[in-house]
Design a protein around this ligand. Sequence first.
Ligand code: AMP
Length: 230
Amino acid sequence: MPEPTASPRLPRLVLLGKQGAGKGTQAVRLAEHYGIPHLSTGDMFREAAAAGTPLGLDAKGFMDRGFLVPDDIVIGVVEEQLAGDRAAKGFVLDGFPRTRHQAEELDRILGPNQLDLAIDLDVPTEVVLHRIAGRRVCANCGAVYHLDNPPEHDWTCDVCGGKVEQRDDDTEDAVMRRLELYEMKTLPVIQYYRRSGILAHVDASDEPDEVFKRLAELVDSYFDPGARAL
Ligand code: AMP
C-alpha cells in the first residue's frame, strides 16, 4: 500500500499595519485562499459588544474612544481561540498582537507551532486617513465599503442586505488616537518580529486585488524555500 500523502502544512500568519492598511480585507482573502481561520480580535470584540456580553461591553468602552483593550483581556480571548492543537492547523491573525507583551504571549501560546510570517502592510498615513474617513462597514457581516465605492442600493450590504454604516470608532478623534497608539505600541511589535527573522513588508497602497497577489506570492514563496525572499 502506498504511504498516505502528508497533508501540506497550513500557514500561520500575523498581519500588521496601521488602521486602514487593509488588514481585515486581506486577512479574509488569505483565510479563504489557504482554507485557514481568520482571527480578528477587533471583530471578536465587536461581536461580543453587539451581543451585550460583559466582555463585549467592557471592550466597547475602550474601542469607542480609540484606546487599546487591556492586554490581559485580549490575550485571554486569543488563547481561547488557539487552545489545544488549533494553532497547528494554520490561521491568519488580524489586529493581534498590538503590543510587545502580546507578541511575547503569542509565542508562549503557540508553543511548538510558531509563526511562519509576520507581514507588515505598508501604507502612507495620508492614504489610511482617506480610507478610514470614508470607510463604511456592514453591521451584519462586516463587508467593507467606502464613500468612493458604496454598495449598489442605498447603503444596504450587497452581500447580505445588512445596514452599512460608519464604525463607532472611525471618528476623527478616535482615528488620530489609534494612529498615535500604533506608533507608540505597535512599532515595537514590528521590531520584535524583525529580530525574530520572520518579518516581511508588503506595499499595500494599491488596489486590494494587487495587494492580495503580492501577499499570496510571499506566503507561497515561504513554503518554497528556493523562492524564499524575506
Ligand atoms: P480593529 O478592528 O483591529 O481596528 O480593532 C478595533 C479596536 O478593538 C481597537 O481600536 C482596539 O480598541 C480593540 N482591539 C482589537 N485588537 C486589539 C488588540 N490586539 N489589543 C488591544 N486592543 C485591541
